[in-house]
Design a protein around this ligand. Structure first.
Ligand code: FAD
Length: 482
């Protein structure tokens, strides 16, 4: 693949070979930069690592923002990833009584995609490796960075000595607990806020069932994201290409602590998610509930994201969010696309200028930081809101009526009224613009609904005055007399 390896080429150090860092390495390599991609862990593709490693979540929902960034790489990465994805057209809400209710995400042709996290990361690493101007350094743990000198210090492997590398630009994509961010904080006045929500998650597996021909079949409809919303807690299930479902139980930490015997757990599941129990299987459910790790959920907002033309953070390192809008990775992938379109806009090339600087980079970093932090803060807030929507609102008749009304208005006025979920998941409209539009739309819908109600009441009152007396007289003969 395309390369540029001479000493005058710009050199970027990408910290973190997770989803976002690896895609970003590919984008930089395509700009002709020399790329060092550093990863704390061993290569996840090694068989011994595959057997033991358990990431954040087994599968993820990939939607338009992520797909657009994969597509824009020019390598048909979107097609490659979608080859092994399961399209999800709707939510399936499971009631306590065991009834199921399908709620479409958008129009008939719109869907999100369930993808395998490990496969996605592995495919990106394999593609990155094909570029001769990308060097991947596994088992390199960033310890310290002197951003002014572009000097980065790593611990390498167990018991191995420290190593120092140099780069013109550091891009921190090292996740929510980012050390790149900490290094940046030492150099700039970064505003930072984080919030842990009182919800833990635990993943459970729903194996395939056998159909009448003895073949494996999905245990539930595979084209839905299944939810068992129970207000303070919920179970969700996303399909995998191997016909299993990964179920995730989101529940307050205290409830996990209280459900501490086999009997209590089974009673709880049979009461709250009764149709899931035979599908997961009692034995497997208990085994996984007690042995699988419990994850915590954090939301992080910070600003700015950059230091001059020396360093920038992207992905979860810049904006971790709770997973309820399915946007963390999508937003991180979009970071990469936005970053590179801003680099293009400022004419950032692959060669250092005579003064050893990179022309346009500082301005590009400022613009990126300003634009993207506004959008990332918006999606962090929406993700928090969707926690409430998924575990509670989806069962409310008022919520459902409103969704229907929005869908009808969207089909009548497709550009004037766009449901929020559609803007977030099926377009690349800036998150902050999506919120602004949604607020405006909501105001108009409420105003129209109120005006219609007042008009209807007015008409009702007029008709009552005009025809009410004769009508009552006519009916009175049928009314019982005392
Ligand atoms: P990470 O995936 O955290 O990768 C960071 C990488 O940096 C890791 O490989 C790590 O080993 C490495 N690293 C860390 N420190 C160092 C260091 N000091 N030196 C070198 N390397 C380092 N998002 C969606 O879009 N859709 C979903 O459906 C979805 N579901 C989710 C479900 C759950 C339960 C959770 C927890 C998250 C979900 N997300 C989802 C969010 C998504 O997982 C993250 O947004 C995404 O993984 C962020 O990618 P990243 O590359 O920025 O960070």
């Amino acid at each position: 693949m395309s390369t540029s390896n001479d000493s005058k080429s710009c050199r970027v150090a990408v910290i973190g070979a997770g989803l976002v860092g690896t895609l970003n390495a590919i984008y930089f390599a395509q700009r002709g930069w020399n790329v060092d991609l550093f990863e704390l862990r061993k290569d996840m593709r090694l068989p011994e690592v595959k057997a033991t490693q358990r990431g954040k979540s087994i599968n993820l929902a990939l939607s338009e923002r992520g797909l657009s960034a994969l597509r824009n790489s020019g390598l048909d990465l979107d097609k490659l990833i979608l080859e092994a994805a399961v399209p999800l057209h709707a939510r399936m809400v499971h009631t306590t009584a065991g009834h199921q209710m399908s709620q479409a995400y958008g129009k008939k042709d719109q869907h999100i995609n369930a993808v395998d996290r490990a496969r996605l990361n592995e495919e990106l690493l394999t593609i990155a490796e094909e570029f001769s101007n990308i060097n991947i350094h596994f088992e390199h743990n960033l310890m310290k960075a002197d951003l002014d000198k572009g000097e980065l210090q790593f611990f390498t492997g167990t018991g191995n000595p420290e190593k120092t590398y140099h780069a013109d630009l550091l891009v921190g994509a090292d996740g929510a607990y980012s050390r790149s961010r900490t290094q940046l904080m030492r150099r700039i006045r970064m505003n930072y806020e984080q919030e842990y929500i009182d919800t833990a998650y635990c993943e459970l597996t729903m194996l395939p069932i056998k159909n009448e021909n003895g073949e494996d079949e999905f245990a539930l409809d595979p084209h839905h994201l299944h939810i068992w919303p129970r207000h303070t807690f919920m179970l969700i299930a996303l399909p995998n290409p191997d016909k299993t479902f990964t179920c995730t139980l989101f529940m307050p930490f205290g409830m996990f602590d209280e459900l501490n015997t086999k009997e209590l757990v089974l009673d709880f599941f049979k009461r709250e998610f009764k149709d899931s129990v035979p599908l997961i299987g009692e034995e497997k459910l208990l085994e996984e509930y007690f042995n699988n790790p419990r994850g915590s959920l954090i939301s992080i907002k910070c600003k700015p994201y950059h230091y001059q033309d020396k360093a920038v953070i992207i992905g979860d390192a810049a904006h971790a969010m709770v997973p309820f809008y399915g946007q963390g990775m999508n937003c991180g992938f979009q970071d990469v696309q936005v970053l590179h379109s801003i680099l293009d806009k400022h004419g950032v090339k692959d060669k250092l200028s005579a003064d050893g600087k990179i022309h346009g980079l500082h301005q590009a970093m400022e613009e990126y930081s300003k634009e993207r932090s506004e959008d990332a803060h918006a999606i962090c807030d929406l993700a928090m809101y969707n926690h409430y929507e998924m575990r509670s609102a989806v069962t409310s008749p008022l919520y459902l009526a409103r969704k229907k009304l929005e869908a009808v208005l969207h089909s009548m006025f497709p550009t004037a009224v766009i449901p929020l979920y559609t803007m977030v998941s099926f377009t690349t409209i800036r998150y902050s613009d999506a919120i602004k539009r949604w607020n405006r739309q909501t105001w108009w819908i409420n105003a129209t609904a109120t005006a219609s109600a007042v008009t209807a009441l007015g008409i009702g009152a007029c008709l009552g005055l005009r025809y009410g007396r004769p009508l009552i007289d006519a009916m009175s003969k049928y009314l019982p007399r005392s």
